[in-house]
Design a protein around this ligand. Structure first.
Ligand SMILES: [Zn+2]
Length: 469
């Protein structure tokens, strides 16, 4: 019998399908035993009455991505992963973003340098394909997919990133041929450009007008167009950060036609609304992200979508810019047009606690759905399953012990991002991750970081196996 390094006793284990009482035996960083009365082990953890879930997988976060306009992201691969770990996340999949004119390979090399010896938890990379040249489509992309970069994001908006429909179709065709997953940021760029010009002409430039410049119709049209291209090429896509009831309706429509459309949403679309952007003074800039938070009807539609299988993934879309900082939200001062305010909000640490509290504690989703949305489905979609994303014999011992009764008031001081604010300041949540294990190592315990930088391992992703496929 294998000697155990750690036993977590009397856990209420939650997977995407089951809830059961068991001890967890860990050896060599892997779960090697499930059952009653396991032991003995060098480290004994009593989890009586506590839920133990798979470590979270956050498959949409931006760390140390170079920005234009002398703006910098708050978090690099150290603070970003430290913040993630404190929130119960044990794997992140940030982006390696191709710059126009740059080869994809150079982008990947650059991000490996940026990660360096910083990550405290395991990580993989999605690519961002911003310049799909002939060489990228024919050689680079297929080669990188075979090396373990099996997913990539494309944009339908943002001047420096957006692809034309023809380019999107070409990228989807490569994904189909190679069996890769394409993540799509779906908003209609020209509509946003026209609305923005109109607003600026009228002097309506306060942070709130960011939301007015990107109404749900813009997302609805982009979503429908992306679904259509996916159908025509015959390859699944994953629609990222879906925010509106209109977009949810399009996805339901696609599912009704039997199309393989996957979808992701984020906590900001579950607990924030556009009213947050209307806060006094420049405060609203703290909530500027794209798509913008919507209204309560959209929140309800997204919650219903989480409970009914419209969505497979809840990610953070963590793109943190400091608020009180000339390299952050205040780059152009407090009277700048919303168009000049860096676009993105922090959330990698609050993702799991917010979804647990607002979802599980409040009875909107069950525990298994929580695990599916925060870990298991992402592992399957991005080729990390079953090494990551579940509690099973042979899986990495990435597990989180939860105190479902603990009440915590979220404040920026409590969190570990290098960002200087949280959009959720003052929110009371019930349910908190108390101990977080990564490959059997306790990396966070009762708010204390136990991990050293560089212990996180780079993960090569396999081919996607979306749930239900
Ligand atoms: Zn996006």
């Amino acid at each position: 019998m294998v000697e155990l390094d750690t036993v977590i006793r009397n856990a209420v284990v939650v997977t995407a399908s089951d809830v059961f009482e068991s001890d967890l035996g860990i050896a060599g960083g892997v779960i090697t035993a499930l059952g009653r009365g396991l032991g003995p082990a060098r480290r004994e953890v009593d989890a009586a009455g506590r839920y133990v879930t798979p470590g979270g997988i956050d498959t949409h976060c931006h760390f140390d991505q170079p920005m234009r306009d002398a703006v910098t992201l708050a978090d690099d691969f150290l603070t970003g992963t430290v913040s993630a770990a404190h929130g119960g996340t044990t794997t992140v999949v940030p982006f390696a973003c191709q710059l126009p004119g740059q080869s994809l390979r150079a982008a990947v090399d650059d991000y490996h340098r940026r990660a360096g010896a910083k990550p405290v938890i395991d990580y993989a990379f999605h690519l961002i394909v911003a310049d799909p040249t002939e060489a990228v489509l024919r050689d680079e992309l297929p080669a990188l997919i075979r090396e373990g970069y099996t997913s990539f994001k494309i944009y339908m908006t943002y001047e420096s990133l957006k692809l034309s429909d023809r380019q999107i179709i070409s990228v989807l065709a490569v994904a189909r041929h190679e069996g890769a997953m394409v993540m799509v940021h779906a908003e209609n760029s020209d509509c946003i450009a026209w609305l923005t010009e109109e607003l600026e002409r009228q002097g309506r430039i306060a942070p709130y007008f960011h939301a007015v410049s990107r109404p749900p119709a813009v997302e609805r049209e982009g979503t429908h167009r992306a679904i259509t291209m996916s159908e025509i090429v015959g390859t699944p896509i994953l629609l990222v950060h879906v925010s509106s009831a209109d977009a949810v309706e399009q996805i339901r429509w696609a599912h009704g036609r039997g199309l393989k459309i996957l979808a992701e949403t984020c906590p900001q679309y579950l607990v924030l609304t556009a009213d947050h952007l209307d806060a006094p003074g420049f405060e609203g800039a703290k909530y500027i992200c794209s798509p913008p938070p919507r209204d309560e009807a959209s929140q309800r539609a997204v919650w219903q979508g989480l409970a009914s299988g419209v969505f497979q993934v809840v990610s953070s879309d963590h793109a943190a810019f400091r608020f009180d900082d000339p390299a952050g939200k205040k780059r152009h001062g407090e009277h700048a047009s919303f168009t000049r305010v860096p676009n993105g909000i922090p959330g990698v640490e609050t993702r799991m606690p917010l979804l647990f509290s607002e979802g599980v504690t409040k009875g909107r989703i069950d525990l298994q759905t929580f695990v599916a949305l925060t870990a298991t489905n992402a592992a399957k979609i991005y080729g990390l399953y079953p090494r990551k994303g579940t509690i099973a014999i042979g899986s990495d011992a990435d597990v989180v012990v939860w105190d479902a009764e603990r009440e915590v008031v979220i404040t920026s001081d409590l969190l570990h991002s290098a960002c200087d604010y949280t959009p959720y300041e003052g929110m009371r949540v019930r349910g908190w991750p108390t101990t977080v294990f990564s490959r059997g190592d306790p990396v966070v315990d009762e708010g204390k970081l136990l991990a050293t930088p560089g212990r996180g391992q780079f993960l090569r992703c396999g081919r996607p196996h979306p749930p239900g496929a």
